[in-house]
Design a protein around this ligand. Structure first.
Ligand SMILES: *Cc1c(COP(=O)(O)O)cnc(C)c1O
Length: 501
């Protein structure tokens, strides 16, 4: 031990060689490795259609990710080689042109680069005075403009629409019960009377938001839908009247701007009228479809969306910003702030210095530390422009119509829901249980050429193609129909030989 402070510091540092410090003073080796990593990702994106949409990860790859906690260092090149071998080929498939499953964005190279810049900056967007906050506010201003919201509306990035819908339910709860509910919770006067409404086709995160908000998912009435899978307005009105008669307080109606099952758009304008007449908050779950407002061709289908009190949507879906990039927009900015803002000594605002800034995102949502989701979104909107993004969405909808037309033209196939947006639900005829549809989808996914998913319509499995990917082309639609027909015929032949055996 040395008594001299400067040699003590040297002694302390001597246990740590230059090469094992977190940031070596000379980054040139990392820089070279970084160029290789970036090149590999460009190669990956360039060759996306070459490999299968999806393949199961082999046991060896999974095994290498059951390793013990690494105590010592590993060379970055070696770790990257593991990534290339064991992770990259076995992704979820959503970037691939043949991916038509669920509702997942495809990403872009621009988004990838922006993510890298954001990570390099390592900004924390909880608050304080720095330019990344101004970027998020820029995106907020663009969102207001896109949806026709006033300048007083507030909003911010969330992980996804699940979290955004949750924030919306909390804002609606504050509006219904007053800010005291934040302290009093379930003991607040009237808290046990709240009741909300969504269609039976609403996303599962809406009842979960009611659950997380302490209101309870039973208090979300799941309203019947019409033949087009849109909320049945007569049924909604009857249910509201029954709830009022029972002494309950209708406080929220959630419209879907594109349901996850069929892409149906609830009658938003009429829901706005009903919400106004009943003094309820009108929230729209636009996770799937709201950003189609970027397309002049698609925007008219969302009439009334500009009247909602709050809107949840996802940049990571139809506008292909890399995961994750959800967003919540709230018309009444003061109410939004009242729902979340809190005083904490360590978050004291200053009129100057780094703790300045008049808009702190932490005042508008559950998070304090937040990443720079705004940057990849800003780059995406800025470099493509809204018209280009909207045109890609309109192309997806044209592909959906083309697929529906081919399904209707094939005697062995049946179209099972109207195609109002970008989702096509269909099936192989004569499959009352839906077992064959489920089998066809599993075979397609494992085949790796095109990958739709299964959903349930009236409890029955159907083939569901969600055309969200900007890389999907007409040829992929043909491959989907051809492969479905081939698999269906093969299954039928096998069935018959089973019967005759
Ligand atoms: C995807 C989706 C959600 C959930 O959004 P996340 O971003 O996955 O949290 C909610 N509603 C609809 C209609 C969706 O498509």
């Amino acid at each position: 031990m040395s008594a001299n402070p400067s040699s003590a510091a040297r002694d302390a540092a001597s246990g740590t060689s230059e090469s094992s410090s977190l940031d070596p003073r000379d980054l040139s080796a990392l820089r070279a490795q970084g160029h290789r990593m970036l090149d590999d990702m460009f190669d990956h994106l360039q060759g996306l259609g070459d490999g299968p949409v999806w393949r199961p990860a082999p046991d060896e790859a999974r095994e290498r990710f059951r390793a013990p906690l690494p105590i010592g260092p590993t060379d970055l090149g070696e770790a990257h080689a593991t990534f290339l071998r064991d992770v990259l080929p076995y992704g979820g498939g959503n970037a691939h042109p043949g991916f038509m499953g669920w509702v997942q964005g495809a990403g872009t190279a621009v988004g990838m680069l922006a993510e890298m810049l954001a990570a390099g900056l390592n900004a924390n967007l909880g608050g304080r005075d720095h330019m990344p906050i101004a970027v998020e506010r820029q995106v907020l201003a663009w969102v207001r403009e896109l949806f026709g919201f006033p300048d007083t509306a507030t909003g911010l990035f969330q992980t996804g629409a699940s979290q955004a819908n949750f924030v919306a339910v909390l804002v609606a709860r504050t509006k219904a019960l007053g800010v005291d509910v934040r302290r009093q919770g379930l003991a607040a006067a009237g808290a046990d009377k709240l009741v909300g409404y969504a269609s039976r086709e609403a996303h599962g995160c809406v009842p979960r938001a009611m659950d997380m908000a302490g209101i309870g998912s039973d208090r979300l009435r799941m309203i019947a839908v019409d033949a087009d899978h849109r909320m049945d307005l007569a049924a909604l009105k009857v249910t509201i009247a029954q709830d009022r008669a029972a002494g309950l307080t209708p406080f929220l109606v959630v419209g879907s701007a594109g349901t996850v099952n069929t892409g149906a758009i609830d009658p938003l304008d009429a829901l706005a009228d009903i919400a106004a007449a009943e003094s309820m908050t009108f929230h729209v779950d636009g996770a799937l479809g709201a950003l189609a407002m970027m397309s002049p061709e698609l925007a008219p289908r969302f009439r009334g969306i500009e009247r909602c009190d709050s809107l949840a949507f996802d940049f990571h879906k139809w506008s292909h910003v890399p995961y994750d990039a959800g967003f919540i927009l709230v018309r009444d900015g003061a109410l939004h702030r009242d729902t979340f803002a809190a005083d904490a000594a360590y978050l004291t605002r200053a009129s100057r210095g780094m703790a300045g800034g008049d808009w702190w995102p932490t005042d508008y949502g559950p998070d304090l530390s937040r990443g720079f989701r705004a940057l990849k979104t800003w780059f995406t909107l800025k470099t493509y422009g809204v018209a280009t993004l909207g045109a890609a969405m309109a192309r997806n909808c044209a592909l959906a119509r083309a697929l529906a037309a081919r399904v209707e033209a094939e005697p062995e196939l049946e179209l099972l829901a109207p195609v109002g947006l970008n989702i096509v639900c269909f099936g192989y005829r004569g499959d009352p249980s839906g077992a064959l549809n489920a089998q066809i989808v599993a075979d397609l996914q494992e085949g790796g050429v095109v990958a739709p998913s299964v959903t349930l319509l009236d409890g029955r499995p159907v083939i569901r193609a969600c055309l969200l990917n900007h890389r999907t082309q007409a040829g992929d639609i043909d491959r989907l129909v051809d492969a479905t027909l081939a698999l269906g015929r093969k299954a039928r032949r096998t069935d018959r030989s089973d019967v005759s055996a």
